[in-house]
Every structure is written in structure tokens, then in C-alpha cells.
Design a protein around this ligand. Structure first.
Ligand code: IMP
Ligand code: MG
Length: 179
């Protein structure tokens, strides 16, 4: 897979260090509470696994799946819930864990959808943020890294379902997209 990567943006060590910092910040913020982490599948699965282990709280976790880009590299604008929560979130402190905040369409929809179920609080954590691409009014409470307007893969993020298992974050060579 390395031969498909043009450059590495974040190494395993850089990711680990930042995720540890985010975990410590959440541990402090939710001290004495039992928040529910909600991972947005599939992209967040690696981040989620590392983040919850960096948090020292009696937390629980759940996952949701929403429609994604398919094979393209930009959002279609429509959001579908493919898998909903298995727990009731009324009165709970929920922490939404996302891989990357791009147009904001997905999270804007998801926050509204979850808000209707009356959680005590909603906190948004995203590992990556591309603020220059925002179309919907979403602001994350915790951001791992701001990234430029480049399509990135690895550490859970895919292009056409591939490269999720790369342990680092990279940018693909342009000819991969045109195949
Ligand atoms: P949004 O609704 O445009 O904010 O889309 C967010 C979702 O798009 C993320 O959860 C990712 O699945 C996907 N996405 C956005 N940018 C990238 C990228 O650079 N690489 C891989 N997936 C991306
Ligand atoms: Mg995706």
C-alpha cells in the first residue's frame, strides 16, 4: 500500500501523542461522569478504539453508521442512518466521535437527530477538521488536527473502502483517484 501514498501527513507517533492529549482533556472535562462515546462508522473505528483507551472514566460506547461518499471524494449532501444506537441516550452526556469534519453535513444532521432524544449534553470530537470546506454550521468541541483541503487516508479513513488499515495518515498519489 505504501506505493500508493504520495506523502505521509501524520505518523503513528504524532497520532498517538495527539489522541493521548484528547483523552486527557476528556477525562478532565467529564470527571465524575459516565459519558457515552458514540463512534460514527466506519471512519472513526480506529480513532475510537485509541481514544476510549486514553480516557480514564467509567464510560460506555456505541456506534452509529451513516451514509458516506461511496467511491467519490466529496459529500453528496444526503445523509442516511444505516445503523442506529442500541442504547437510550435521554439524560446522558454523549460524546460523538468522528474521523473527519469536512462539509459538516453529516455531523450537522447527526447532532440534530440525536438532540431530539434529549441527551444531557452533546460533545463533538473529531480527529481531523477541514474548516475551509464547511457548508453546514458545525463546530467541533475537540479537534485533533486541522488539515488543508486534501483527501487523506489511513487510521480508519478510506478511499473507496481501502487504506483504512494504514497506521498513519497519508495523501494518495493522484493517479489512484483516476483509476
Ligand atoms: P462531511 O459530511 O462532508 O463533513 O463528511 C464527513 C465524512 O466524509 C467523514 O466522516 C469521512 O467519512 C468523509 N471524508 C471527508 N473528508 C475525507 C478525507 O479527506 N478522507 C477520507 N474521508 C473523508
Ligand atoms: Mg468515508
Amino acid at each position: 500500500m505504501r506505493e500508493d501514498i504520495l506523502k505521509i501527513l501524520f505518523t503513528e507517533d504524532q497520532l498517538k501523542k495527539r489522541v493521548t492529549e484528547l483523552g486527557a482533556a476528556l477525562t478532565e472535562r467529564f470527571a465524575g461522569k459516565e459519558p457515552l462515546f458514540i463512534g460514527v462508522l466506519k471512519g472513526s473505528f480506529v480513532f475510537m478504539a485509541d481514544l476510549v483507551r486514553a480516557v480514564d472514566l467509567k464510560s460506555s460506547l456505541d456506534f452509529m453508521a451513516v451514509s458516506s461518499y461511496g467511491r467519490g471524494t466529496s459529500s453528496s449532501g444526503a445523509v442516511n442512518i444505516m445503523k442506529d444506537l442500541s442504547e437510550d441516550i435521554a439524560g446522558r452526556d454523549i460524546i460523538i466521535v468522528e474521523d473527519i469534519l469536512d462539509s459538516g453535513v453529516t455531523l450537522n444532521y447527526l447532532c440534530g437527530y440525536l438532540q431530539n432524544r434529549k441527551p444531557a449534553s452533546i460533545t463533538l470530537v473529531t480527529l481531523f477538521d477541514k474548516p475551509s470546506r464547511r457548508k453546514a454550521p458545525v463546530k467541533a468541541d475537540y479537534v485533533g488536527f486541522e488539515v488543508p483541503d486534501e483527501f487523506i487516508v489511513g487510521y480508519g479513513l478510506d478511499f473507496a473502502e481501502k487504506y483504512r488499515n494504514l497506521p498513519y495518515i497519508g495523501v494518495l498519489k493522484p493517479d489512484i483517484y483516476s483509476n
